[in-house]
Design a protein around this ligand. Structure first.
Ligand code: PLP
Length: 434
């Protein structure tokens, strides 16, 4: 690249750089969630100003194919006309009441219809709240305090589960956050994903566990699918030990199938946490499950949980409209596009002689550098993050916006058509060759 060309390139994201400087003086690091920073890949994050379908535009006017899709919620792509129309109609009728509204029932009914294991559901505002509430219900139901989680699974940022979490915690090297009292993190045991023996040992340890929580498709250490039989064994062994099974389907719910990983792998959890797609890009999440467990919640049960913005009507409208778009055809399309992207990337890797592999479940995938496969966090942490960083920078120069970390899923939406998939594969071929 000539010096002159590189100066021109630099100017292409001048506005984002200026906005970051301004943001950083009033917002820590200029971002409201750490994964938005580009610390792991180098450079300044782009400030995004517009999205439509599979594309986003940054503050300098660059058009990028988006594989972040708001970190998963936008399964229908950016600004889907039906969602935008419904949300603006809802907003005109009032933006929130702090009283029950009919659209909350419609969203709850859609969730109960989609998930065989969910009889009742409570709507909350973030995935973090969903897992926090699920754990409180499990502790309230069993009278036990210890919980078991899996290394590299991320369940939000509340104290109990911010232990050996993936996602941003892995990216930024803070597996255990400062500010979490040892008295709380000591109640969380960590076992290895896809390793049933490590779970068996922890279940037998004292004190007896209230719950086992996991991502049934791990997507916060990059995409790692459950080994055959793993999920069924988790359910059986946990129940035998008197522990409840909490599936965190915040990413996999409505993503890998309408009924999430539970439908795909034919297994059922006691409690299920939903987020991301369930709010269609607006802040809604949910915890649902067996009626006897859900009825432990206040005001009819002894487990307290509340939220001023819970079930916000505009957010529920976005979720309901998004779920309406998810028919059988939609999942066939997502599988087809995901498969096309996987095979295109795999060919590009071979052609470039790159040391990398692709792991995929439906429309979720990760390109891992420096490994042949990943089945747990130990293997994920042996990936070549330097190679990912160079690839990320080349991809954005080639017009593709990836999650800025090796430890994240790429999200394909219904708006990513054959042409967009082809453009991503072309960009990858060029980026891997560079
Ligand atoms: C994103 C995520 C969460 C946290 O959801 P927030 O809405 O960010 O609080 C929890 N669990 C999983 C699996 C996630 O991917």
């Amino acid at each position: 690249m000539s010096a002159r060309f590189s100066i021109l390139r630099h100017n292409l994201h001048d506005t984002s750089t200026k906005l970051l400087t301004r943001a950083a003086s009033v917002i820590p690091a200029g971002v409201n969630s750490p994964v938005r920073a580009w610390g792991a890949v180098g450079g300044d994050p782009r400030f995004l100003v517009r999205g439509r379908g599979a594309f986003v535009w940054d503050a300098d006017g660059n058009e990028l194919i988006d594989l972040v899709c708001a970190w998963g919620p936008l399964i229908a792509g950016h600004a889907h006309p039906d969602v935008v129309q419904a949300v603006s109609n809802a907003a005109r009728k009032g933006t929130g009441f702090g009283a029950p509204t009919p659209v909350e029932i419609e969203l709850a009914e859609a969730i109960v219809a989609a998930f065989a294991s969910i009889e009742k559901v409570r709507l909350v505002t973030s995935g973090t709240e969903a897992t926090m509430t699920a754990m409180r219900i499990a502790r309230g139901a069993t009278g036990r305090s210890r919980v078991i989680k899996f290394n590299g699974c991320y369940h939000g940022h509340h104290d109990s589960l911010l232990v050996k979490a993936g996602s941003g915690a892995a990216t930024f090297g803070v597996p255990d956050s400062a500010g979490v009292p040892a008295a709380i993190s000591e109640l969380t045991s960590v076992v290895e994903y896809n390793d049933i023996e490590s779970l068996r040992a922890s279940l037998a340890a004292d004190p007896p566990p209230a719950a086992v929580i996991l991502e049934p498709v791990a997507a916060n250490m990059g995409v790692v699918s459950p080994a055959p039989g793993f999920l069924k064994a988790v359910v059986e062994l946990s129940h035998a030990a008197g522990a409840l099974v909490l599936f965190d389907e915040v990413i996999s719910g409505f993503r890998v199938a309408l009924g999430g990983a539970q439908e795909l792998y034919d297994v059922q959890a006691d409690l299920t946490c939903l987020g991301k797609i369930v709010g269609g890009g607006l802040p809604v999440a949910a915890v649902g499950g067996r009626a006897d467990l859900m009825d432990l919640l206040a005001p009819i049960g002894p487990v307290y949980q509340a939220g001023t913005l819970s079930g916000n009507p505009i957010a529920c409208t976005a979720g309901r409209e998004t779920i309406r778009l998810l028919d059988k055809r939609a999942y066939e399309t997502l599988e087809m596009r995901g498969a096309a992207l996987e095979s295109g990337l795999t060919s590009a890797i071979r052609a470039a002689g790159a040391d990398a592999c692709v792991q995929r479940v439906g429309s979720l995938l990760t390109l891992f550098f420096g490994v042949e496969s990943v089945s747990n966090f130990g293997e994920a942490s042996r990936t070549n993050t330097e190679a990912f960083a160079s690839f990320f920078r080349a991809m954005i120069e080639n017009g593709v916006y990836l999650p800025p970390s090796q430890y994240e899923a790429w999200f394909v939406s219904l708006a990513h058509g054959d042409a967009e998939i082809e453009r991503i594969v072309d960009a990858a071929a060029r980026s891997l060759g560079a």
